[in-house]
Design a protein around this ligand. Structure first.
Ligand code: SF4
Ligand code: SF4
Length: 303
């Protein structure tokens, strides 16, 4: 394979991507959480009605990711999924969860499983009973991804090693596993936090194993007029997820828990009723593209 530093285009999927923060709270309070979960007086049921109405009127195909806080804590979670699964333009629904709820609660969604992907985010600061057992059960009925957040504190290293091995041994071949670095969660700081050598080695070793097994998330890159599918972690490893000044066919929105909407990678925020959901290409203004879901949007280097 050619040198990744020579890539001139990245990403080939312009499908609109909407993230919806269903609620602002979470059972956890992870030290690295960029969202900073908190209770709110928001009337989530009314906000959901407005958002659902608006999503039904979008004229483009789109993907939707449900986030929080912890999205499964929404008071009408199941009903919301039911309504979403009836929207024709909505091609895939991803639910990003800490997977703290009981397996029985997840099984209530099984009739919509063909429309859903459950993305289980692993957070080692919290003890989670039967976590791997629950994953084994869930993957019988749903398509799942597991995102293992690699904690920068060496005191979690043994726990991370044991848990990662258990997950690797028990997940189906079709389940994608990724090990993610934590990025800075305070204003003014960009990029990933510094990792001590032992934890960095763990991260690299896990990615090497994934590479050998072929079970990893990929991104399309163009090098010398030829497209390649490369592991996402390779871009992080080589510090190449930096597209400042490239043109980016971004088409991504974030619906906040209170019904305000942000355009991804822009500071503008407005109410959902004033938002026109349509492609919003731009010249990349940021030093690092930390959200790997957005790597799929076509990006071209500018000479
Ligand atoms: S589980 Fe997710 S949303 Fe909740 S505190 Fe941790 S990182 Fe934040
Ligand atoms: S940071 Fe935003 S604008 Fe820049 S490449 Fe990534 S998605 Fe595109």
């Amino acid at each position: 394979m050619n040198d990744l530093r020579l890539m001139t285009e990245v990403g080939r999927d312009p499908t609109m991507n909407i993230n919806w923060e269903l609620v602002s709270h979470c059972q956890f309070k992870c030290s690295y959480c960029y969202f900073h979960p908190h209770p709110s007086q928001t009337d989530y049921v009314s906000v959901a009605q407005i958002v659902l109405k608006r999503l039904k009127s979008i004229e483009h195909d789109f993907k939707l990711t449900l986030l929080g806080g912890e999205p499964s804590l929404h008071p009408k979670f199941e009903e919301t999924i039911r309504e979403l699964s009836q929207i024709e333009r909505l091609k895939k629904i991803y639910i990003v969860t800490n997977f703290e709820k009981k397996i029985e609660d997840w099984m209530k969604l099984s009739e919509f499983s063909h429309r859903l992907k459950i993305v289980i985010s692993v957070h080692v600061e919290y003890p989670q009973e039967n976590l791997v057992q629950k994953m084994i059960e869930l993957q019988k009925f749903f398509s799942i991804d597991v995102v293992f957040n690699v904690h920068p504190d060496v005191k979690y290293l043994v726990k991370m090693k044991n848990l990662a091995s258990e997950i690797e041994e028990n997940l189906a071949e079709t389940t994608t596993l990724s090990f993610m670095k934590i990025h800075h969660n305070s204003k003014g700081l960009e990029g990933y936090v510094d990792y001590p050598t032992e934890v960095e080695s763990f991260f690299k070793e896990k990615n090497q194993r994934l590479k050998n097994s072929g079970r990893y998330e990929k991104v399309s890159v163009k090098i010398q007029d030829q497209w390649f599918e490369v592991p996402k972690f390779q871009l992080v490893d080589q510090n190449l997820n930096r597209f400042k000044g490239w043109s980016c066919d971004l088409s991504a929105y974030i619906i906040h828990y209170d019904g305000q909407v942000s355009e991804a990678c822009r500071k503008k925020k407005q109410h959902i009723l004033r938002t026109r959901f349509s492609p919003n290409p731009q010249i990349c203004p940021l030093n690092q593209c930390v959200c790997d879901d957005y790597w799929a949007f076509p990006k071209t280097i500018q000479s």
